[in-house]
Design a protein around this ligand. Structure first.
Ligand code: 5GP
Length: 337
Protein backbone atom coordinates (compact mmCIF):
# COMPACT_ATOMS: atom_id res chain seq x y z
CA UNK A 1 0.00 0.00 0.00
CA UNK A 2 1.26 3.38 -1.04
CA UNK A 3 1.03 5.95 1.83
CA UNK A 4 -0.65 3.64 4.36
CA UNK A 5 0.58 5.62 7.37
CA UNK A 6 -0.72 8.88 5.89
CA UNK A 7 -4.10 7.29 5.11
CA UNK A 8 -4.33 5.90 8.62
CA UNK A 9 -3.68 9.34 10.03
CA UNK A 10 -6.31 10.85 7.73
CA UNK A 11 -8.86 8.37 8.98
CA UNK A 12 -8.20 9.37 12.61
CA UNK A 13 -10.62 12.29 12.32
CA UNK A 14 -14.19 12.13 10.92
CA UNK A 15 -14.24 12.69 7.18
CA UNK A 16 -16.85 13.03 4.41
CA UNK A 17 -16.21 9.99 2.27
CA UNK A 18 -17.55 8.83 -1.09
CA UNK A 19 -16.97 5.27 -2.26
CA UNK A 20 -17.50 4.54 -5.91
CA UNK A 21 -17.12 1.55 -8.17
CA UNK A 22 -17.49 0.58 -11.83
CA UNK A 23 -20.47 0.71 -14.19
CA UNK A 24 -22.91 -2.19 -13.73
CA UNK A 25 -21.38 -3.25 -10.41
CA UNK A 26 -20.97 -6.97 -9.83
CA UNK A 27 -20.72 -8.77 -6.49
CA UNK A 28 -17.07 -7.79 -5.99
CA UNK A 29 -17.64 -4.15 -6.91
CA UNK A 30 -20.65 -3.80 -4.60
CA UNK A 31 -19.45 -6.21 -1.91
CA UNK A 32 -16.07 -4.53 -1.54
CA UNK A 33 -17.73 -1.08 -1.54
CA UNK A 34 -20.32 -1.97 1.11
CA UNK A 35 -17.79 -3.94 3.19
CA UNK A 36 -15.50 -0.90 3.21
CA UNK A 37 -18.44 1.46 3.84
CA UNK A 38 -19.42 -0.57 6.92
CA UNK A 39 -15.87 -0.28 8.25
CA UNK A 40 -15.56 3.47 7.61
CA UNK A 41 -18.96 4.10 9.22
CA UNK A 42 -17.74 2.22 12.30
CA UNK A 43 -14.75 4.57 12.45
CA UNK A 44 -17.22 7.46 12.62
CA UNK A 45 -17.00 8.85 9.09
CA UNK A 46 -19.85 10.07 6.90
CA UNK A 47 -19.95 7.63 4.02
CA UNK A 48 -21.93 7.44 0.78
CA UNK A 49 -21.55 4.66 -1.79
CA UNK A 50 -22.31 5.97 -5.29
CA UNK A 51 -22.58 3.48 -8.16
CA UNK A 52 -22.49 4.87 -11.72
CA UNK A 53 -25.46 2.66 -12.75
CA UNK A 54 -27.91 0.21 -11.25
CA UNK A 55 -26.94 -3.36 -10.42
CA UNK A 56 -28.63 -6.76 -10.22
CA UNK A 57 -31.34 -7.49 -7.65
CA UNK A 58 -29.43 -10.54 -6.45
CA UNK A 59 -27.03 -8.15 -4.70
CA UNK A 60 -29.73 -6.23 -2.85
CA UNK A 61 -29.40 -8.37 0.30
CA UNK A 62 -26.10 -6.70 1.19
CA UNK A 63 -26.17 -4.55 4.28
CA UNK A 64 -26.13 -0.88 3.27
CA UNK A 65 -27.78 -1.55 -0.11
CA UNK A 66 -30.70 0.72 0.76
CA UNK A 67 -28.34 3.69 1.20
CA UNK A 68 -26.48 3.26 -2.10
CA UNK A 69 -26.93 6.21 -4.45
CA UNK A 70 -27.22 5.31 -8.12
CA UNK A 71 -25.64 8.16 -10.12
CA UNK A 72 -28.09 7.86 -13.02
CA UNK A 73 -31.09 9.85 -11.84
CA UNK A 74 -29.22 11.44 -8.90
CA UNK A 75 -26.57 13.38 -10.85
CA UNK A 76 -26.81 16.65 -8.91
CA UNK A 77 -26.80 15.04 -5.46
CA UNK A 78 -23.87 12.84 -6.47
CA UNK A 79 -21.95 15.82 -7.84
CA UNK A 80 -22.49 17.70 -4.56
CA UNK A 81 -21.22 14.73 -2.53
CA UNK A 82 -18.17 14.19 -4.74
CA UNK A 83 -17.30 17.91 -4.80
CA UNK A 84 -17.60 18.21 -1.03
CA UNK A 85 -15.92 14.95 -0.06
CA UNK A 86 -12.62 14.84 1.81
CA UNK A 87 -11.83 11.39 0.42
CA UNK A 88 -13.08 9.42 -2.59
CA UNK A 89 -12.40 5.68 -2.55
CA UNK A 90 -12.33 4.17 -6.05
CA UNK A 91 -12.91 0.44 -5.89
CA UNK A 92 -12.59 -2.31 -8.48
CA UNK A 93 -11.69 -0.20 -11.50
CA UNK A 94 -8.34 1.09 -12.70
CA UNK A 95 -9.30 3.99 -14.92
CA UNK A 96 -11.81 6.79 -14.37
CA UNK A 97 -13.35 6.11 -17.78
CA UNK A 98 -14.81 2.91 -16.25
CA UNK A 99 -17.21 4.95 -14.09
CA UNK A 100 -18.77 6.99 -16.91
CA UNK A 101 -19.67 10.64 -16.29
CA UNK A 102 -18.90 10.25 -12.60
CA UNK A 103 -15.24 9.84 -13.61
CA UNK A 104 -14.73 13.48 -14.57
CA UNK A 105 -16.45 14.64 -11.37
CA UNK A 106 -14.09 12.49 -9.33
CA UNK A 107 -11.09 13.74 -11.30
CA UNK A 108 -12.06 17.40 -10.77
CA UNK A 109 -12.94 17.02 -7.09
CA UNK A 110 -10.41 18.39 -4.63
CA UNK A 111 -10.96 15.32 -2.45
CA UNK A 112 -7.98 13.03 -2.05
CA UNK A 113 -8.47 9.75 -3.88
CA UNK A 114 -7.81 6.21 -2.75
CA UNK A 115 -7.56 3.53 -5.44
CA UNK A 116 -8.16 -0.08 -4.37
CA UNK A 117 -8.11 -2.39 -7.36
CA UNK A 118 -6.80 -5.53 -9.03
CA UNK A 119 -7.08 -4.66 -12.75
CA UNK A 120 -4.15 -4.04 -15.10
CA UNK A 121 -2.68 -0.64 -16.00
CA UNK A 122 -4.02 1.65 -13.28
CA UNK A 123 -4.39 5.32 -14.15
CA UNK A 124 -2.44 7.61 -11.85
CA UNK A 125 -5.05 9.82 -10.26
CA UNK A 126 -4.98 8.67 -6.62
CA UNK A 127 -2.83 9.81 -3.70
CA UNK A 128 -3.28 6.48 -1.91
CA UNK A 129 -3.07 3.22 -3.83
CA UNK A 130 -3.67 -0.37 -2.84
CA UNK A 131 -3.34 -2.17 -6.14
CA UNK A 132 -2.33 -5.69 -7.05
CA UNK A 133 -3.14 -7.77 -10.10
CA UNK A 134 -2.26 -10.78 -7.94
CA UNK A 135 -5.32 -10.16 -5.81
CA UNK A 136 -8.28 -12.37 -6.71
CA UNK A 137 -10.82 -9.68 -5.88
CA UNK A 138 -11.05 -6.11 -4.68
CA UNK A 139 -12.76 -7.57 -1.59
CA UNK A 140 -9.45 -9.31 -0.83
CA UNK A 141 -7.65 -5.94 -0.92
CA UNK A 142 -10.28 -4.30 1.28
CA UNK A 143 -9.80 -7.08 3.82
CA UNK A 144 -6.01 -6.61 3.55
CA UNK A 145 -6.39 -2.87 4.12
CA UNK A 146 -8.54 -3.34 7.22
CA UNK A 147 -6.00 -5.89 8.47
CA UNK A 148 -3.08 -3.51 7.79
CA UNK A 149 -4.96 -0.88 9.79
CA UNK A 150 -5.20 -3.40 12.65
CA UNK A 151 -8.99 -3.47 12.63
CA UNK A 152 -10.08 -6.98 11.56
CA UNK A 153 -12.08 -7.19 14.79
CA UNK A 154 -14.25 -4.31 13.52
CA UNK A 155 -15.56 -6.45 10.66
CA UNK A 156 -19.17 -7.37 11.39
CA UNK A 157 -21.05 -10.40 10.08
CA UNK A 158 -22.77 -8.19 7.46
CA UNK A 159 -19.48 -6.71 6.26
CA UNK A 160 -17.90 -10.18 6.19
CA UNK A 161 -20.74 -11.46 4.00
CA UNK A 162 -20.40 -8.57 1.52
CA UNK A 163 -16.64 -9.19 1.24
CA UNK A 164 -17.18 -12.94 0.93
CA UNK A 165 -19.58 -12.38 -2.00
CA UNK A 166 -16.81 -10.51 -3.83
CA UNK A 167 -14.29 -13.29 -3.22
CA UNK A 168 -16.72 -16.07 -4.11
CA UNK A 169 -17.74 -14.57 -7.44
CA UNK A 170 -14.43 -13.10 -8.63
CA UNK A 171 -12.68 -16.44 -8.07
CA UNK A 172 -15.47 -18.19 -10.01
CA UNK A 173 -16.48 -20.07 -6.84
CA UNK A 174 -12.84 -20.60 -5.87
CA UNK A 175 -12.08 -22.32 -9.17
CA UNK A 176 -9.93 -19.73 -10.98
CA UNK A 177 -6.12 -19.75 -10.70
CA UNK A 178 -6.41 -16.55 -8.62
CA UNK A 179 -7.67 -18.74 -5.73
CA UNK A 180 -4.62 -18.63 -3.47
CA UNK A 181 -3.97 -19.83 0.08
CA UNK A 182 -4.35 -16.16 1.07
CA UNK A 183 -7.88 -16.14 -0.39
CA UNK A 184 -8.79 -19.21 1.64
CA UNK A 185 -7.23 -17.69 4.76
CA UNK A 186 -9.38 -14.60 4.31
CA UNK A 187 -12.46 -16.76 3.77
CA UNK A 188 -11.67 -18.60 7.01
CA UNK A 189 -11.31 -15.28 8.82
CA UNK A 190 -14.60 -14.00 7.36
CA UNK A 191 -16.37 -17.18 8.46
CA UNK A 192 -14.94 -16.78 11.95
CA UNK A 193 -16.32 -13.23 11.91
CA UNK A 194 -19.76 -14.73 11.27
CA UNK A 195 -20.16 -14.86 7.48
CA UNK A 196 -22.86 -17.35 6.53
CA UNK A 197 -21.31 -18.56 3.28
CA UNK A 198 -24.18 -20.86 2.43
CA UNK A 199 -26.65 -17.97 2.68
CA UNK A 200 -24.48 -15.73 0.50
CA UNK A 201 -24.19 -18.42 -2.15
CA UNK A 202 -27.95 -18.96 -2.06
CA UNK A 203 -28.72 -15.25 -2.43
CA UNK A 204 -26.26 -14.76 -5.28
CA UNK A 205 -26.89 -17.92 -7.30
CA UNK A 206 -30.35 -19.17 -6.38
CA UNK A 207 -32.42 -16.06 -6.79
CA UNK A 208 -33.22 -16.30 -10.51
CA UNK A 209 -36.48 -15.23 -12.05
CA UNK A 210 -38.28 -17.91 -14.04
CA UNK A 211 -37.70 -15.76 -17.15
CA UNK A 212 -33.97 -15.82 -16.53
CA UNK A 213 -33.90 -19.60 -16.19
CA UNK A 214 -35.88 -19.94 -19.42
CA UNK A 215 -33.48 -17.52 -21.14
CA UNK A 216 -30.58 -19.70 -19.99
CA UNK A 217 -32.22 -22.79 -21.48
CA UNK A 218 -32.92 -20.94 -24.72
CA UNK A 219 -29.38 -19.59 -25.02
CA UNK A 220 -27.82 -23.02 -24.45
CA UNK A 221 -30.17 -24.63 -26.95
CA UNK A 222 -30.29 -22.01 -29.69
CA UNK A 223 -27.36 -19.67 -29.32
CA UNK A 224 -24.33 -21.68 -28.28
CA UNK A 225 -21.77 -22.60 -30.93
CA UNK A 226 -18.27 -24.01 -30.96
CA UNK A 227 -16.30 -22.43 -33.81
CA UNK A 228 -15.33 -25.17 -36.23
CA UNK A 229 -11.77 -26.40 -35.94
CA UNK A 230 -11.23 -24.49 -32.70
CA UNK A 231 -11.75 -24.84 -29.00
CA UNK A 232 -13.61 -21.56 -28.81
CA UNK A 233 -17.28 -21.35 -27.91
CA UNK A 234 -19.48 -18.31 -28.21
CA UNK A 235 -23.09 -17.34 -27.89
CA UNK A 236 -25.16 -14.21 -28.19
CA UNK A 237 -28.32 -12.50 -27.07
CA UNK A 238 -30.22 -10.19 -29.40
CA UNK A 239 -32.40 -7.27 -28.35
CA UNK A 240 -35.35 -9.41 -29.36
CA UNK A 241 -34.21 -12.31 -27.15
CA UNK A 242 -33.89 -9.89 -24.25
CA UNK A 243 -37.42 -8.62 -24.80
CA UNK A 244 -38.79 -12.15 -25.05
CA UNK A 245 -37.34 -13.10 -21.66
CA UNK A 246 -38.02 -9.78 -19.94
CA UNK A 247 -34.28 -9.18 -19.52
CA UNK A 248 -33.21 -7.38 -16.33
CA UNK A 249 -29.83 -6.00 -15.24
CA UNK A 250 -27.64 -8.93 -14.22
CA UNK A 251 -29.55 -11.59 -16.16
CA UNK A 252 -26.53 -12.34 -18.37
CA UNK A 253 -24.12 -12.47 -15.39
CA UNK A 254 -22.17 -15.74 -15.45
CA UNK A 255 -23.70 -17.00 -18.72
CA UNK A 256 -20.33 -16.85 -20.46
CA UNK A 257 -18.98 -19.55 -18.13
CA UNK A 258 -21.28 -22.14 -19.68
CA UNK A 259 -19.22 -21.98 -22.88
CA UNK A 260 -16.13 -23.01 -20.93
CA UNK A 261 -18.02 -25.96 -19.48
CA UNK A 262 -18.10 -27.65 -22.90
CA UNK A 263 -15.50 -30.42 -23.15
CA UNK A 264 -12.39 -29.26 -25.01
CA UNK A 265 -13.35 -25.57 -24.96
CA UNK A 266 -10.87 -23.13 -23.44
CA UNK A 267 -12.18 -19.77 -24.67
CA UNK A 268 -15.77 -18.60 -24.34
CA UNK A 269 -17.41 -15.36 -25.42
CA UNK A 270 -20.89 -13.93 -25.16
CA UNK A 271 -22.13 -11.05 -27.30
CA UNK A 272 -25.01 -9.08 -25.87
CA UNK A 273 -26.77 -6.68 -28.18
CA UNK A 274 -27.63 -3.27 -26.71
CA UNK A 275 -29.38 -0.32 -28.40
CA UNK A 276 -26.17 1.36 -29.55
CA UNK A 277 -23.46 -1.24 -29.07
CA UNK A 278 -22.60 -4.86 -28.36
CA UNK A 279 -21.27 -5.70 -24.89
CA UNK A 280 -18.94 -8.68 -24.81
CA UNK A 281 -17.72 -10.95 -22.02
CA UNK A 282 -14.77 -13.28 -22.50
CA UNK A 283 -13.49 -16.15 -20.38
CA UNK A 284 -10.46 -18.38 -20.96
CA UNK A 285 -8.89 -21.33 -19.27
CA UNK A 286 -5.19 -21.73 -18.48
CA UNK A 287 -2.56 -19.65 -20.18
CA UNK A 288 -4.69 -17.74 -22.70
CA UNK A 289 -4.62 -13.98 -22.02
CA UNK A 290 -8.07 -13.19 -23.27
CA UNK A 291 -7.84 -9.63 -21.90
CA UNK A 292 -5.27 -8.89 -24.63
CA UNK A 293 -7.71 -9.88 -27.35
CA UNK A 294 -10.38 -7.79 -25.70
CA UNK A 295 -8.12 -4.77 -25.34
CA UNK A 296 -6.70 -4.99 -28.85
CA UNK A 297 -9.86 -5.70 -30.85
CA UNK A 298 -12.88 -4.92 -28.70
CA UNK A 299 -12.11 -1.69 -26.77
CA UNK A 300 -11.93 -3.64 -23.54
CA UNK A 301 -9.72 -5.17 -20.90
CA UNK A 302 -9.91 -7.07 -17.66
CA UNK A 303 -7.99 -10.04 -16.34
CA UNK A 304 -6.08 -12.79 -18.10
CA UNK A 305 -8.93 -15.32 -17.82
CA UNK A 306 -11.92 -12.96 -17.49
CA UNK A 307 -12.31 -9.87 -19.62
CA UNK A 308 -14.92 -7.75 -21.28
CA UNK A 309 -15.22 -5.28 -24.10
CA UNK A 310 -17.55 -3.29 -26.33
CA UNK A 311 -18.14 -3.24 -30.07
CA UNK A 312 -19.81 -0.39 -31.92
CA UNK A 313 -20.36 -2.56 -35.00
CA UNK A 314 -23.65 -4.41 -35.27
CA UNK A 315 -24.05 -7.83 -33.68
CA UNK A 316 -23.48 -9.84 -36.85
CA UNK A 317 -20.37 -7.89 -37.87
CA UNK A 318 -18.98 -8.19 -34.34
CA UNK A 319 -19.48 -11.95 -34.24
CA UNK A 320 -17.93 -12.37 -37.70
CA UNK A 321 -14.92 -10.32 -36.63
CA UNK A 322 -14.50 -12.58 -33.62
CA UNK A 323 -14.79 -15.73 -35.73
CA UNK A 324 -12.17 -14.42 -38.15
CA UNK A 325 -9.83 -13.62 -35.27
CA UNK A 326 -10.28 -17.10 -33.86
CA UNK A 327 -9.53 -18.68 -37.21
CA UNK A 328 -6.53 -16.43 -37.87
CA UNK A 329 -4.84 -13.87 -35.74
CA UNK A 330 -5.80 -15.24 -32.35
CA UNK A 331 -2.66 -17.35 -32.70
CA UNK A 332 -0.78 -14.30 -31.45
CA UNK A 333 -2.28 -15.12 -28.04
CA UNK A 334 -0.35 -18.42 -28.02
CA UNK A 335 -3.65 -20.03 -28.69
CA UNK A 336 -3.52 -23.45 -30.35
CA UNK A 337 -6.67 -24.03 -32.38
P1 5GP B 1 -17.50 -9.28 -17.18
O1 5GP B 1 -17.33 -10.17 -18.34
O2 5GP B 1 -17.82 -10.05 -15.94
O3 5GP B 1 -18.39 -8.11 -17.43
O4 5GP B 1 -16.05 -8.63 -16.90
C1 5GP B 1 -14.91 -9.42 -16.70
C2 5GP B 1 -13.75 -8.50 -16.36
O5 5GP B 1 -13.49 -7.65 -17.47
C3 5GP B 1 -14.02 -7.58 -15.17
O6 5GP B 1 -12.82 -7.47 -14.44
C4 5GP B 1 -14.37 -6.27 -15.79
O7 5GP B 1 -13.98 -5.20 -14.96
C5 5GP B 1 -13.57 -6.29 -17.08
N1 5GP B 1 -14.30 -5.58 -18.13
C6 5GP B 1 -15.56 -5.83 -18.57
N2 5GP B 1 -15.90 -4.98 -19.55
C7 5GP B 1 -14.85 -4.16 -19.74
C8 5GP B 1 -14.61 -3.05 -20.62
O8 5GP B 1 -15.45 -2.66 -21.44
N3 5GP B 1 -13.38 -2.45 -20.49
C9 5GP B 1 -12.43 -2.88 -19.62
N4 5GP B 1 -11.25 -2.25 -19.57
N5 5GP B 1 -12.63 -3.91 -18.78
C10 5GP B 1 -13.82 -4.54 -18.84
Amino acid sequence: MQNLAALKEKLNLPKRIVITTHIKPDADALGSSLGLAGYLLKLGHQVCVITPTDYPDFLAWMDGNEDVMVFEGNEEKAQYLVENADLVFCLDFSSLSRIGELGEMVRKSEAEKVLIDHHLNPETFAQYVLWSTEAAATAELVFDLIEMLGDVDKITKAMAEALYAGLMTDTGNFKLPSTTPHVHNIVAALMELGADVSKVSHYVYDDNSLDRMKMLGFVLLERLEVIEGSSVAFFYLTLEDKKRFNYQTGDSEGLVNYGLAVKGVNVSAIFIEEEDKVKISFRSFGDIPINELSRKYFNGGGHKNAAGGTSFDDLKTTINKFKELVQGQIKELNYEA
